[in-house]
Ligand binder design. Structure first.
Ligand SMILES: [Zn+2]
Length: 156
């Protein structure tokens, strides 16, 4: 193939990478989460880890939007309580499993538990959703990740 006929892959580069979504569940709820069935969610702060190698902004925007069709496990939870904000790392890499593993370990050490099977149907992780007790633990946990995501500005 000649260079003249091949398209530059960077010609219309869209940021891709990984993200974390955060919401606060004010009280205990049982929520039907697709094939996972009825899941008991204790009150607390929840962090969900995902990645979007086909376009990060569109994916994060979709998660933060209400009234969407329920597709991912994350959608079932956010149909009850919407995701409040997101952190992301637009480096073109898929860090969701690395982050979920580190966050699960950190959350267990902090006394809060992951939600088994949530968001990890396509990988071997125990879970891609972690619960912690308060907003300070959310920040500490997300800042401790390597490589670290950055918090996106909250939308008006
Ligand atoms: Zn995973």
């Amino acid at each position: 193939m000649s260079a003249a006929t091949s398209k530059s892959p960077n010609a219309v580069a869209r940021p891709t990478g990984s993200y974390a979504l955060v919401l606060r569940l004010p009280s205990r709820r049982k929520i039907l989460v697709g094939k996972l069935g009825l899941v008991d969610f204790p009150s607390g702060h929840y962090i969900y880890f995902g990645s979007a190698l086909g376009g990060l902004k569109a994916r994060v925007d979709r998660h933060l939007r209400s009234g969407k069709k329920l597709h991912w496990h994350a959608d079932y939870l956010s149909a009850e309580v919407p995701w409040e904000y997101a952190w992301q790392l637009a480096d073109g890499q898929r860090w969701e499993c690395v982050w979920a593993a580190a966050a699960t370990a950190a959350a267990i050490n902090g006394g809060a538990a992951p939600v088994p099977g949530f968001g990890s149907s396509d990988c071997r992780c125990p879970s891609h959703l972690v619960r912690v007790n308060n907003a300070k633990q959310v920040r500490e946990l997300l800042r401790s990740l390597s490589p670290a995501p950055r918090r996106l500005p909250r939308r008006a």
